[in-house]
Write a protein that binds this ligand. Structure first.
Ligand code: FAD
Ligand code: 2HG
Ligand code: ZN
Length: 462
């Protein structure tokens, strides 16, 4: 075991002194998560600039038994991207991938591009669009969240209905295992059956199996003709019926998102705008987004016009009116965070999904649990995936609340993490949805790849 200064000095030797941050004020932004709920102290924040540097950093940390917390944009919502508060500061470093910000040339024939792990989702999209193509994953943290973080969490967002989660965008990966070995391929072969498929193994592993350094990403066509609608429905069940009609009747359907009255009130006040549609009493709003090579408005209007489940519609196809409608969905998280800051206590977030037929029942349970706790609940989410984000302000007993809601989620055949990941926030609830055998197998796999157990301790580990 070498001394504390020795490791920092060795890290400086690997990445350069400017990229080993040891001062409190320089580390601070890397040590608290986006929600303000999770924070810890590290020995150093290390910012490697190449794959061999990542390998050398991991080897050095392994030699000293120092834990490594990989971090991209630090927009994760489950506490997995920052040091652990329960660990001594000297026992962990943050490995930031932000210097991996290179984007390769778009391969228009293969419809692929290679991106560094630290490239933001927004930069990926802008790069694709500059070549007449587009990116299949999008969400509100686009300008900060990175490709590496999105892969590690198998991020979803609004376009999953049409293009799938981050997993489906992966045509190849390059990653460094905790031993310092580099694995994967960036050739982008659409087909290959030759043993372990590294993108599949690493996507969703939340930094517990290795550090993603680069990815070969699929691109999608850019659909210039768009139509966005805000629609009221009398109940969640009616919204689910309307979802089915939209899926079968609108070929260019990108997203069907859910906004509850609680979320609408908050976001309207935050953005200073009245919504063009007000949800009926006990009802909800749907935000429907379509994009095609031809104007999708007629298809969309035909379904909305013939559905008995629509109560009020506003539709927009020009960019500025569309953007105004989308703001009511895109900026809910930001509105909640501002309210939490004003209250002086972080939001308690659950990110659950159930089969859509059970969504109304789940929402009922969640609202009852919030009443029992005395907290304020703001539910919203991705209707098409039965994925609802339950945000709680002023929660008194988060353990009890989680036990009630997550227990019901599991009974309904759902998941305790639809897209944000398990992190440290949900780790103790994993046995609700994973058997002992599955968790044992997962632990043994992590031990095999990471024999010194340095990668992101506490994450994904009940
Ligand atoms: P970080 O927060 O830095 O890290 C997240 C996890 O990934 C950590 O466990 C970390 O250790 C690991 N990790 C990061 N980079 C690497 C790497 N290169 N190799 C290995 N492990 C790594 N998520 C959604 O899925 N859908 C949404 O709609 C959505 N909307 C959001 C809106 C807002 C306003 C915010 C703040 C967050 C939102 N998120 C959403 C959550 C978050 O943005 C995603 O989880 C995102 O993928 C995290 O990317 P990041 O670069 O910030 O990762
Ligand atoms: C979204 O869908 C994100 O906007 C964030 O996943 C959800 O704040 C949340 O709970
Ligand atoms: Zn979401």
């Amino acid at each position: 075991m070498l001394g504390e200064m020795d490791l920092v000095d060795r890290l400086r030797g690997i990445v350069g002194a400017d990229h080993v941050l040891v001062d409190d004020d320089l580390r601070a932004g890397y040590e608290t998560d986006w929600t303000g709920r999770w924070a810890g102290t590290s020995k150093a924040v290390v910012r490697p600039g190449s794959t061999p540097e990542v390998a050398a950093v991991l080897r050095a940390c392994g030699e000293d038994g120092v834990a490594v917390i990989p971090q991209g944009g630090n927009t994760g919502l489950v506490g997995g991207s920052v040091p652990r508060s329960e660990r001594p500061p000297g026992s962990q470093i943050v490995l930031s991938t932000r210097r991996f910000d290179a984007l390769g040339e778009v391969d228009a024939r293969a419809m692929q591009v290679t991106a560094g792990a630290g490239v933001t989702i927004g930069a990926w999209r802008a790069h694709a669009r500059s070549c007449g193509l587009d990116a299949g994953v999008d969400f509100a943290a686009r300008d900060t969240a990175t490709i590496g973080g999105a892969i590690a969490t198998n991020a979803g967002g609004s376009r999953v209905l049409r293009f799938g989660t981050m997993r489906r965008q992966l045509a190849g990966i390059e990653a460094v295992l905790p031993t310092g070995d580099v694995v994967g391929s960036l050739a982008g072969l659409p087909k290959e059956t030759a043993g372990i498929h590294w993108p599949s193994l690493l996507c969703g592993s939340e930094g517990t199996l290795g550090v993603v350094t680069r990815a070969r990403l699929r691109l999608i066509p850019h659909f210039p003709e768009t139509a966005t609608a805000m629609v009221g429905a009398a109940s969640v069940d009616d919204a689910v019926e309307l979802l089915a009609a939209l899926r079968s009747g609108v070929a260019d359907l990108d997203a069907v998102e859910l906004i509850t009255p609680e979320a609408l009130d908050l976001v309207s006040a935050h953005i200073g705008a009245d919504p063009p549609v007000v949800p009926p009493a006990d009802g909800v709003l749907l935000l429907i987004d379509c994009a095609g090579h031809r104007d999708p408005s007629d298809d969309l209007l035909a379904v909305l016009g013939s559905s008995p489940h629509v109560v009020g519609t506003a539709i927009a196809s020009d960019p500025s009116r569309r953007a105004r409608l989308l703001d009511f969905r895109d900026r809910i998280t930001e509105a909640i965070a501002a309210t939490a800051t004003a209250l002086g206590s972080p939001t308690f977030k659950l990110d659950v999904a159930v089969p859509v037929t059970h969504l109304a029942e789940l929402m009922h349970t969640a609202r009852e649990a919030a009443v029992a706790d005395g907290c304020r609940i703001i539910p919203f989410g991705h209707l098409a995936e039965g994925n609802v984000h339950l945000n709680h302000l002023g929660v008194r007993d988060p353990e009890q609340l989680a036990a009630t809601v997550l227990g019901r989620v599991a009974e309904l055949g759902g998941t305790i993490s639809a897209e944000h990941g398990i992190g440290v926030a949900k780790a103790r609830w994993l046995p609700l949805i994973r058997s002992r055998a599955e968790l044992d197998a997962q632990r043994r796999l992590a031990e095999a790849l990471d024999p010194l157990r340095i990668m992101n301790p506490g994450v994904l580990a009940p």
